[in-house]
Design a protein around this ligand. Sequence first.
Ligand code: NI
Ligand code: MN
Length: 228
Amino acid sequence: MSVVELTYHSHACFSFEVNGTQLLIDPFLTGNDLADVKAGEVESDYILVSHGHADHVGDTVEIAKRTGAMAISNFEIHNWLLAQGVERAHPMHIGGGHDFPFGRVKLTIAHHGSALPDGSYGGNPAGFLLTLKGKKIYHACDTGLFYDMKLIGEEGLDVAILPIGDNFTMGPDDALRAVKLLEPKIVIPIHYDTFDVISQDPYAFATRVDAETSAQCVVLKPGETYRL
Ligand code: NI
Ligand code: MN
């Protein structure tokens, strides 16, 4: 009954399906050799954009125009998307939550940058804390380790989606420390192997998570779905 389906599309991109509603997160598909879907065919009712970098904004404008999906992002990216011709967008900011028809979205801090592809100011980068059918899912997006993950963990996480690529975000060592602060039931590693500089072995990370924390690590290949 209460199933939320999390389908990984590589890098930071997921489709979350809730009661037939498709949430697309950070749709970097065009120019991403690992992606299992194309921008011209992916389904979307809402598109969540964590920060302004091209590997996260990705195909948001094209997909929103084709599908009529509503974009959800910080205020600055919201303004930029509207200027690109996206018709439906909902502005939020860090620390704020909002109840949408599919569930609740709260923006969290992330230690990173957020310049948009054309150099426009993209505000501060964010992560997402989603409450979907009573399940709490934290998608950290691009960030370094921060101690306030402890506060996010206090919400009681079913799933934590964490970058492990290193170089631009946390690497495996800090992602393991993040798991200990967040204390989720399930960990899904992301943001690796898309570029040479972020090559990682997600199975080695999974072995450490399973051995050194109380969480279970689930490695998803692009196109694979985890149901909770
Ligand atoms: Ni980034
Ligand atoms: Mn990135």
